[in-house]
Design a protein around this ligand. Structure first.
Ligand SMILES: [Zn+2]
Length: 274
């Protein structure tokens, strides 16, 4: 079975990678950056929190050096908890970080080299994917932001569909799910449960949204995303999952449930090798 394991660069940047994705990629943690504000210490990769943009940029450059992608090419736009996946070309390189943009997207797919794609999370489910041929060569990649609304809207299956539309064979697609809020910490109320039922149906909801106390439920976003991926043919030994819960691990990860806006943001990036 593929494994997700932690890496620590000489700079101190600490991130997770998956053993079955043979291209530069990583799920960041909060360790190894230059943010000194108590809310964001230290590898905050999201703008709009306690750090100025120069600090976030320095963190991005450190993360990029550790993982092995070109920070100038990173595409990562405003996220709106949609199932919208953008097909990225080299012409998009830098959108969001190096080149300001008002565009939005919650996922990216590309088969072009020389451009990195990334999504930001702090509890939401980060999904990285690569299509790898029989010779072990990656030829398409994807990055998807699956918050609970995006999960319910089916961004995981939409992401696979869009990789296939780019020419990926579904049996070649490998997926890694990074640190996110797990069932231990993701309680929702009746109103939110109704959104799950409306989007996923009662059967899926009953499998993964389990009663806790009166009027409340524990939702298993990882379980739902795994089930959705399996429905479109991505399962078994082609899927790896981190068991780290963002809310439980304040020493290592940012969490919106735990800290609200007094936090930073993680970044999950993948790119095809040059
Ligand atoms: Zn937890």
């Amino acid at each position: 079975m593929p494994d997700i394991y932690m890496m620590r660069a000489e700079s101190g940047v600490t991130y997770l990678r998956a053993s079955h994705l043979p291209c530069p990629h990583g799920f960041s943690t909060r360790l190894g950056g230059v943010s000194t504000h108590p809310e964001t210490v230290s590898l905050n990769l999201g703008r709009g929190f306690a750090d100025d943009d120069a600090t976030v940029r320095e963190n991005l450059d450190r993360f990029a050096a550790a993982v092995g992608f070109d920070s100038d090419t990173l595409v990562s736009l405003h996220q709106i908890h949609s199932p919208d996946v953008r097909t990225v070309t080299a012409a998009d390189a830098g959108l969001g970080y190096s080149r300001p943009s008002d565009e939005t997207a919650d996922g990216y797919v590309t088969c072009e080299r020389g451009v990195a794609i990334g999504i930001r999370t702090a509890d939401c489910v980060p999904i990285l994917a690569a299509a790898v041929d029989e010779a072990g060569r990656p030829y398409a990649v994807g990055a998807f932001h699956a918050g609970w609304r995006g999960t319910v809207a089916g961004i995981a299956t939409e992401g696979v569909r869009r990789m296939v539309a780019l020419g990926a064979r579904v049996e070649h697609i490998r997926v890694a799910i990074g640190p996110c809020i797990h069932r231990c910490c993701f309680e929702i109320d009746d109103a939110a449960r109704e959104v799950f039922v409306a989007g996923l149906g009662g059967e899926m909801t009953d499998r993964f949204v389990l009663p806790s106390r009166e009027g409340h439920y524990d939702a298993d976003l990882v379980g739902i995303n795994l089930a959705l991926l399996a429905e479109v043919g991505v399962s078994g030994g082609r899927v790896a999952v981190s068991d780290l819960c963002t809310r439980c691990r304040g020493d290592l990860l940012y969490s919106h449930r735990r800290d609200g806006r007094k936090r930073g943001s993680m970044l999950s990036v993948i790119t095809l090798p040059k």
